[in-house]
Design a protein around this ligand. Sequence first.
Ligand SMILES: *[C@@H]1O[C@H](CO)[C@@H](O)[C@H](O)[C@H]1NC(C)=O
Ligand SMILES: *[C@@H]1O[C@H](CO)[C@@H](O)[C@H](O)[C@H]1NC(C)=O
Ligand SMILES: *[C@@H]1O[C@H](CO)[C@@H](O)[C@H](O)[C@H]1NC(C)=O
Ligand SMILES: *[C@@H]1O[C@H](CO)[C@@H](O)[C@H](O)[C@H]1NC(C)=O
Ligand SMILES: *[C@@H]1O[C@H](CO)[C@@H](O)[C@H](O)[C@H]1NC(C)=O
Length: 378
Amino acid sequence: MSRLAARLALGLCLATHVAAQTSTSCNPLHKTCPADPALGTTFDTTFNESTTQFDPSLFKVVAGEDLISFTSEGAELTISEQGQSVTVQTAFYVFFGQIEVLFKAATGQGIISTFNMLSDDLDEIDVEIMGGNTSYTSTNFYGWGNTSQFNTLYIPSTGGSWGTQGAMGAIHNYTVNWTPQSLQWIFDGQVVRTVANEPAGQWPQTPSYMKFGIWAGGDPSNPPGTIKWAGGETDYSKGPFTMTVQSIRMIDGHQNASSYTYGGNSGSWQSIDVAAGESAAYKAINHKQTTAIQNAEQKWNGLSTTAKIGIAAGVGGGFVIALIAFVFYCIKQRRAGRREKALADQEWEKQQSELVQYRHQMKRGYYAVSSSAPGRKF
Ligand SMILES: *[C@@H]1O[C@H](CO)[C@@H](O)[C@H](O)[C@H]1NC(C)=O
Ligand SMILES: *[C@@H]1O[C@H](CO)[C@@H](O)[C@H](O)[C@H]1NC(C)=O
Ligand SMILES: *[C@@H]1O[C@H](CO)[C@@H](O)[C@H](O)[C@H]1NC(C)=O
Ligand SMILES: *[C@@H]1O[C@H](CO)[C@@H](O)[C@H](O)[C@H]1NC(C)=O
Ligand SMILES: *[C@@H]1O[C@H](CO)[C@@H](O)[C@H](O)[C@H]1NC(C)=O
């Protein structure tokens, strides 16, 4: 009875919750598409034993849900048989900004650990790690999913922070810093590649969601070209193969944005309309509803039987006490969430001030040409 009351009380807390929606099936180069839900803030999360799942208001697990487990090191994405893969994607989009994923790549010839930024008109930014190659990691990008573009650049990953096992030895920091002027890959704090902007269709510049996961490019059923690219055929008897994702931090280039809409079919960043306001992601991050409901249930379960009987005592009285207690609890949770956010914001102030500058430039329609050196193309 009182447990029901608790649930009802929390239900009231949750009343403002809005589930994020995405649309990836509509290409805005060819038609009018629904708005993309924005991140519109900074999102920072660490996966570990206390994580039970990818928060469904922020992530969608699109493949291999049963191949994920959470350990003290992070979220472990494991494949051990032909046909398996794990793909997780954000339920929100960022429009420029900084995207940081800390992970340990899986070992295994032909096994790819990856994260990508993908837009509705198929702009793409990639980090791809071949599990059979301890010497190089790979960076790539596309405009409009045009596969005639060859922008892959292999980045040496030996010595220094990489040790002898390359990306497979430990957790490394893979960061993409993306502005209207340039696209940068920063691995373990070192800028390893900078690519200056190019016109739409040649260079990624539209709102993108983030996708990460593990797959077998070396699966014997794949085309020979894919197997070669992946570094050779995968031998599943050497598995299981595990990618460990420790944490993710994403700073949307547009803060206080609730959604992004393509204004026309040009696919240029100047054509994107930014709607201001609190995004669904912002609400999910700052109100922490999911955590509140889990913690409240744990608290209830942890109470002594006497306490439970006490609460359950008078039906009416018990209900009111539970209601007040849990509403109070909700408020406390929200405050804690805001404190955490304030700290994170402070840490990122420097980068954000840079982003703010870009936003001003965009608002004024000012388009500075970057002096960054373009990357070598392989
Ligand atoms: C998980 O990570 C969070 C955030 O960094 C930390 O507060 C918590 O203590 C960690 N829990 C475990 C079980 O490692
Ligand atoms: C690692 O990748 C680089 C770049 O493609 C390539 O030159 C090298 O041969 C690869 N090494 C292995 C062991 O596959
Ligand atoms: C695809 O990219 C190539 C190389 O940049 C370019 O020559 C070609 O025109 C592009 N195709 C389309 C359809 O945009
Ligand atoms: C990851 O690298 C980026 C870029 O250098 C840096 O700003 C960020 O603080 C790093 N993250 C962690 C958790 O060290
Ligand atoms: C966010 O956008 C809303 C809606 O336009 C606006 O009322 C509010 O002042 C903005 N907040 C900030 C911090 O810019």
